[in-house]
Design a protein around this ligand. Structure first.
Ligand code: TXA
Ligand code: MG
Length: 321
């Protein structure tokens, strides 16, 4: 299946599996998710087990309607409502005070819950038919590159994951933008750059960029090293030119002036379109990583629009130690 939709029977089977407590990998418009019934702590524990996270990071609860979102949160400030109305369904996750219905394992014990209403038709149908919110991280093993195809998911989990709904490549290609909304003041803070550009959010509401590293703690999933290929990755400028005795891959967001000396080249967008580049990013990283290169060099992208999310992922992928 590559057209973004699946037969009813496949979605119904996945929804039944979710209700029975199984873990189901499913497509969203951003990346594939590794989903479980958000109301079933045992099912959610299976997600952590499969991912191999060293500790419990808070997960995003995926919903099929605003009503379902309202079950998960204690309060929706006006600013959050304005962002929901503008960007749902779509790649925006809102962090809000949680209701008593949300198990602690979903939020890693935090008093807040991350909620998102995905735009992908398969994700939407799966959640609706399961009849429960689906808690899901990206469907990669801990620290690895996020999956934008079902093949990436299968390569990461193999036979340990029975349920993979394959609806082709994810159209957006980078994870959702995460915004925390203060329940008292309504203040919005960007926790992760992603599929909705900061400029678009700001056309609707003020969104602050955290200035202090305290927000690392506010969003515990934001480890420095993340989305990382097993091949060392450097940003161009921070890395030496390829030597003659090494095989180096080039990850370029548009056609580079020169790619001489590189053993492999991935061009994310011929025309330098950042949306196209975001959609192609993780698949290109997976391909370069599979070549057994000595290292990968990435060309920095301008940090406007989706470029902010792309640079965030490249910086994390290049972080060592
Ligand atoms: O696009 C996406 O968001 C994908 C698809 C599957 O929906 N999901 C995803 O999940 O990227 P994950 O687990 O890889 O990233 C979730 C991010 C992490 O940075 C986590 O720390 C943050 O959301 N997060 C979740 N709950 C939070 C909370 N209560 N407070 C602050 N940050 C939270
Ligand atoms: Mg992830």
């Amino acid at each position: 299946m590559t057209d973004g939709m699946l037969p009813d029977s496949a979605i119904n089977a996945g929804a039944a599996a979710i209700r029975e407590g199984a873990v189901v990998a499913f497509p969203t418009e951003t990346v594939y998710g590794l989903g479980a019934n958000a109301y079933d702590p045992i099912a959610v524990a299976r997600v952590f087990e499969l991912k191999g996270r060293p500790r419990f990071d808070p997960l995003i609860a995926h919903v099929a309607s605003e009503t379902q979102a309202a079950e998960l949160v204690a309060r929706i400030p006006d600013s959050a409502l304005a962002l929901m109305r503008a960007f749902w369904p779509g790649p925006l996750t809102l962090v809000l005070p949680k209701s008593d219905r949300v198990p602690d394992l979903v939020t890693a014990g935090l008093a807040t819950v991350a909620v998102r209403l995905p735009a992908h038709p398969v994700a939407h149908a799966l959640i609706e038919r399961a009849g429960v919110p689906i808690a899901a991280p990206s469907a990669n093993r801990f620290g690895g590159i996020s999956p934008t195809t079902a093949a990436h998911v299968r390569a990461a989990f193999g036979a340990s994951l029975r349920w993979v709904l394959d609806a082709g490549p994810c159209p957006v290609g980078v994870e959702s933008t995460v915004v925390a909304v203060d329940a008292e003041t309504g203040r919005c803070v960007l926790l992760r750059a992603g599929g909705i550009a900061l400029e678009s959010l700001r056309a609707v509401r003020d969104v602050d960029i955290p200035s202090s590293p305290l927000h690392r703690i506010a969003s515990p999933g934001q480890l420095d090293r993340h989305y990382a290929p097993s091949t060392p990755l450097d940003l161009l400028g921070a890395a030496p030119e390829p030597g003659s005795n090494e095989r180096v891959g080039l990850l370029a967001w548009r056609r580079p002036d020169s790619n001489e000396g590189y053993a492999a080249v991935e061009i994310l967008s011929e025309t330098g379109d950042l949306r196209e580049a975001a959609a192609a990013l993780f698949a290109a990283m997976h391909r370069l990583d599979a070549l057994g290169l000595d290292r990968i060099v990435a060309i920095p992208v301008p940090e406007t629009g989706l470029g902010l999310a792309i640079m965030d992922r490249l910086r994390r992928a290049s972080h060592r130690g």
